[in-house]
Design a protein around this ligand. Sequence first.
Ligand SMILES: NC(=O)c1ccc[n+]([C@@H]2O[C@H](COP(=O)([O-])OP(=O)(O)OC[C@H]3O[C@@H](n4cnc5c(N)ncnc54)[C@H](OP(=O)(O)O)[C@@H]3O)[C@@H](O)[C@H]2O)c1
Length: 256
Amino acid sequence: MTDPLPPPPVFRCDGERALVTGASRGIGKAAAIALAQAGAEVTLAARSVGECEETAEALRAAGLAARAAALDVTDRAAVRAFVAAEPPFGILLNNAGTNIREPFLEVRDDSLEHLLDLNVRAMFTVAQAVARRLVEAGRPGSLINVSSINGHRGGVNRSVYTATKHAVEGATKGMAAELGPHGIRVNTLCPFFVETPLTAGILSDEKFRAALERRVPLGRILRTEDLLGAVVFLASPASAMVSGLALLVDGGFSVQ
Ligand SMILES: NC(=O)c1ccc[n+]([C@@H]2O[C@H](COP(=O)([O-])OP(=O)(O)OC[C@H]3O[C@@H](n4cnc5c(N)ncnc54)[C@H](OP(=O)(O)O)[C@@H]3O)[C@@H](O)[C@H]2O)c1
């Protein structure tokens, strides 16, 4: 008699609670929908709670579990209070972030402060709050910090953004090393240019867009749906032994 077949990998998040920051639009919104479709009970957090609620309502209407939460991730006290008052989140998509494109010689102090505050400090505080709650409860988890290809390379007019995304990569390595013994995995998702409200302006410049696309082996700018397999993979037991990974979703851009 032959052995029974081994079970297939589990690309599902059933029974997990997922927190997605920056879920009112763009990558966060698409990822929140994908995580709910993969079985997670999703909390969509952002400042624009109305937009989160609209998505949550559509998910509930489809029989999925979702709710909205008003949260400014740069408000450290609010983040800590919010996470502490909740049952632990086994999945975090630490996604809230932005970019301000400025030449290095003209970077304003307030841009520098804002990007450090949102892309680094808030990312750190949210991950720390979620991880503390998991450790306290003795629960495993998967934290996904949204980085960028600029977590790995530079670019014109993006010295601050590049610095913040390298910080995301650095913090993730430290978190993965320290949280592994608690059964908590920490990885980054590193997209190339994705069509979202954040990039709508720059990608409407046809010359810029065409020049970018020529540099992508797979030939195009990403759409949010291109990231969702990677998000569900990192969130689910399919990646049970993956931690400290920077998962580039870039159409091959970074090989050149
Ligand atoms: N689009 C790209 O090409 C690209 C490429 C690589 C990496 N990324 C990264 O992917 C992430 C999402 O980008 P995106 O393109 O989806 O951006 P987006 O369309 O501008 O959406 C940003 C999200 O972050 C939220 N947010 C901003 N400030 C916040 C705050 N203080 N508290 C809570 N939420 C806040 C926004 O919600 P509210 O304004 O409602 O709060 C919104 O939901 C960012 O970390 C970005 O760096 C994007």
